[in-house]
Design a protein around this ligand. Structure first.
Ligand SMILES: *[C@@H]1O[C@H](CO)[C@@H](O)[C@H](O)[C@H]1NC(C)=O
Ligand SMILES: *[C@@H]1O[C@H](CO)[C@@H](O)[C@H](O)[C@H]1NC(C)=O
Ligand SMILES: *[C@@H]1O[C@H](CO)[C@@H](O)[C@H](O)[C@H]1NC(C)=O
Ligand SMILES: *[C@@H]1O[C@H](CO)[C@@H](O)[C@H](O)[C@H]1NC(C)=O
Length: 415
């Protein structure tokens, strides 16, 4: 009996105990769940705040943020354009850490590399902001665009010219694809070759491909919104003033410098083709040097043209040379008031014949350069000046030594 009572008591106890345990565990579970949801709430809150702080940092100083996220990518290896797309590969980077659309990236692409074809590139480069004021500190730059057949033998002179002026210029190279030799890392030309995926034939002088190459150079340079003035140069060109003089001359000019004139002779009007009518008439027809300088506004017109380009491509064939007529005629048609109609690249045609004089080592002297620097009269912003040419061509590679010797003294280049 007693034993039975104890058993009952024990049973009772165990049931109550189990019940209590169950209740307790229920309570414990509730507490744990509550705790967990509070923790996750705090975590989510923290992430949210952190994100906002990041966003704030980004808008305050996006270059800091860029630096942090871009470092592993920019290893400094040459940029093979066909690998461009790997930059956007979703597997290599988490989207939230890769702000492709940061303003700085968009207005000043760090890499020349892109995977656009010419049609896409021209369209992208033709974009113009509708708000005049820039939302960031914009220092206008001069884009130096080198269209060369082969290497750049006078590169050391240019390196000297640009020294100490970083931030005020951009360099773009368009070489034939068979010239793959790289410029040394110390050179301003290092990795400045523009992507040329669709550029399979070497630029044929005077044919549409040459204009295509020039437009491709312009379009690539236009992608950088800081580029304000655009100079087209060849491998035989030299600067005849120091960087600051050239920079100020271009930035302060309210006109572009594209040679454009009406040449009544056989090699001018004689090259006009009546089939260009009515888009281009004989009175529209102009001639001028291929080596131009253009303001951003004019440069955008030059790459956006879809009206005149096909007419020239189809009807300006040798002995009509598109590179001597297309831009001079186009700019005169579209914005004559923005052009000075003169080139700032001096060349000597006095020898006669179809090619200008080529200068060699013995031709280079201070007197010779000074003649180019100050020996002419022309108009500049409505006034008269003797500084008419900032560049000169055609200089043979043998002129490099005397030029490097003369430049520091005469031109004030930093050696
Ligand atoms: C350049 O030529 C165009 C067309 O002939 C003319 O309208 C314009 O006034 C010229 N510009 C200068 C600065 O002479
Ligand atoms: C430039 O103009 C000045 C003053 O009008 C004149 O003396 C000089 O001969 C001119 N130079 C040239 C190359 O025409
Ligand atoms: C350029 O500036 C000069 C001098 O200020 C002025 O006479 C001329 O009209 C200007 N030209 C243009 C196209 O704004
Ligand atoms: C650049 O050339 C100008 C004259 O064209 C001269 O006044 C200036 O001192 C030169 N700059 C340097 C850094 O030598």
């Amino acid at each position: 009996m007693k034993q039975c009572k104890i058993t009952v008591f024990l049973k009772d106890l165990s049931i109550r105990f189990r019940k209590e345990v169950r209740e307790c565990s229920l309570q414990a579970t509730t507490t744990v769940v509550l705790c967990l949801s509070m923790v996750s709430f705090v975590v989510i809150l923290a992430m949210f705040i952190n994100n906002n702080v990041k966003k704030y940092l980004v808008s305050e100083d996006y270059s800091y943020y860029q630096l942090a996220t871009f470092t592993p990518l920019s290893s400094g290896s040459p940029c093979p354009y066909f690998l461009c797309n790997s930059f956007l590969s979703p597997t290599s980077l988490q989207p939230s850490q890769f702000p492709i659309t940061s303003l700085r990236d968009w207005v000043t692409p760090k890499e020349l590399c892109h995977s656009m074809n010419d049609k896409e590139l021209l369209w992208r480069a033709s974009m113009v902001p509708h708000i005049d004021e820039y939302p960031y500190n914009r220092t206008p730059k001069v884009a130096f665009m080198f269209l060369t057949r082969g290497s750049l033998p006078l590169a050391p002179l240019w390196d000297m010219f640009f020294k100490g002026h970083a931030g005020l210029y951009s360099i773009y190279l368009h070489k034939s694809p068979e010239f793959t030799n790289q410029h040394p890392e110390s050179s301003v030309f290092y990795q400045r070759q523009i992507p040329s995926k669709c550029f399979l034939q070497p630029a044929e002088w005077g044919r549409a491909t040459m204009i295509d190459a020039e437009r491709r150079l312009l379009a690539n340079a236009l992608l950088d919104f800081s580029n304000e003035r655009f100079v087209l140069l060849s491998e035989t060109c030299i600067p005849v003033f120091n960087f600051s003089t050239i920079y100020n001359y271009l930035m302060n000019s309210n006109q572009s410098f594209l040679g454009s004139f009406d040449d009544p002779r056989h090699m001018g009007r004689g090259r006009y083709n009546k089939r260009m009518r009515p888009t281009v008439t004989l009175s529209d027809w102009r001639k001028g040097s291929q080596w131009f300088e253009a303001h951003r506004k004019v440069a955008i017109e030059m790459i956006s043209d879809v009206k005149y380009y096909p007419v020239f491509r189809d009807h300006c064939r040798p002995p009509c040379y598109m590179d001597e007529h297309y831009f001079p005629t186009l700019v005169t048609k579209i914005s004559p008031e923005l052009n000075s109609n003169r080139s700032i690249t001096w060349v000597d045609w006095s020898g006669g014949g179809s090619h200008p004089t080529r200068f060699v080592r013995k031709d280079v002297s201070e007197a010779f350069l000074n003649q180019i620097r100050n020996g002419f009269n022309c108009t500049y912003n409505g006034g008269i000046t003797t500084v008419c040419f900032l560049f000169a061509r055609k200089f043979h590679p043998s002129t490099l030594d005397p030029l490097l010797r003369i430049a520091p003294g005469l031109l004030g280049f930093r050696s």
